[in-house]
Design a protein around this ligand. Sequence first.
Ligand SMILES: Nc1nc2c(ncn2[C@@H]2O[C@H](COP(=O)(O)OP(=O)(O)OP(=O)(O)O)[C@@H](O)[C@H]2O)c(=O)[nH]1
Ligand SMILES: [Mg+2]
Ligand SMILES: [Zn+2]
Length: 370
Amino acid sequence: MSFPLSSRTSDSSLLDAHGWDSGWAAAFAPYAAQGLVPGRVVRVDRGQCDVATEEGVVRADTAFVTPHDPLRVVCTGDWAAVDPAGVRDPRYVRACLPRRTAFARSTSSKRSEGQILAANVDHAVITVSLAVELDLGRIERFLALAWESGAQPTVVLSKADLVPDPVGLSYLVEDVETVAPGVQVLPLSSTTGEGLDVLAATVAGGTTVLLGVSGAGKSTLANVLVGEDVMTVQAARDIDGKGRHTTTTRNLFVLPGGGVLIDTPGLRGVGLWDAETGVGQVFSEIEELAGNCRFHDCGHESEPGCAVAAAIEDGTLSVRRLESYRKLLRENQRIVAKTDARLRTEMLKDWKRRHAAGRKALEMKRGHSR
Ligand SMILES: Nc1nc2c(ncn2[C@@H]2O[C@H](COP(=O)(O)OP(=O)(O)OP(=O)(O)O)[C@@H](O)[C@H]2O)c(=O)[nH]1
Ligand SMILES: [Mg+2]
Ligand SMILES: [Zn+2]
């Protein structure tokens, strides 16, 4: 018999390399008691996934763990309980351990549905290309989602080799720093290696996810950090990076210096998903200012004693930034309200369905007893 899986737990170096620790082991104990084996989901596609177990990567079916709630669908980075029994391939994922963190966004503004981009992530590296004009609003949006996920964000300004003027580069870094309080902003070039040592040190422990629009250079960076060409890289066809998406799945790799890296497909839109705390963190200086307004419910419009208006007046806060803050807060409220409304409608529908079924059963019963 050559089953690569067993419930043996002696050699867990492969699991350790994927981020297994005593906390996961404790959470997994009830599944181990059922004879299931632990593994980390390293890739998901077409109803199946690749799971790194202590004895190597196995293919597993996710049919048993596909709930209606899209936020609970198996995602790269999840820890799974895999059934070692039965046919060789694919195995079955029987359960997923509760996530420590999850990077969620809303898929589209029309259907307010959440989607998990990566699970159990410690660092979110927001990759922003210096080859195109900086979009500060988009960076703020990514940061809001990152803070909300529970991961520590870093902004990497990629393709720094394309900005040879050091003064120009330092201005770009400053611009991004003003929209990213509490966040490291790192100019980096996968071509020349600039900034790589700093990033390598940041990602050397825990799990890191690379996020950004298509063509930002995420997979190129993944290849450099992993030390081999694990991802396909292609030149972006058009300038705004909308034309081509080279990466189509989320892939998890073990880094040579320790730590784990997830490369993701470029995101066209990043809708907020219940990210009020995250928005607050991105705009922490505005929230701090608001604490000094005379009225605690100040709308920062034309109220007397408004500290936010004063900051705009003296130039320490930009109008763009205040508007961006308001816009993201509004968008978030809309998403939350929509989701609540949808949940209510679904609950009502479900109740009606059950009510109707119950009545039908009752009528049938009465009919029979007549
Ligand atoms: N000059 C320069 N070009 C780079 C650098 N990093 C990546 N590129 C180029 O940028 C293009 C896109 O790189 P990818 O790594 O495929 O981008 P991606 O973010 O993974 O794109 P998606 O998979 O579509 O999301 C390729 O032509 C890379 O060669 C860099 O540091 N400097
Ligand atoms: Mg890619
Ligand atoms: Zn105010």
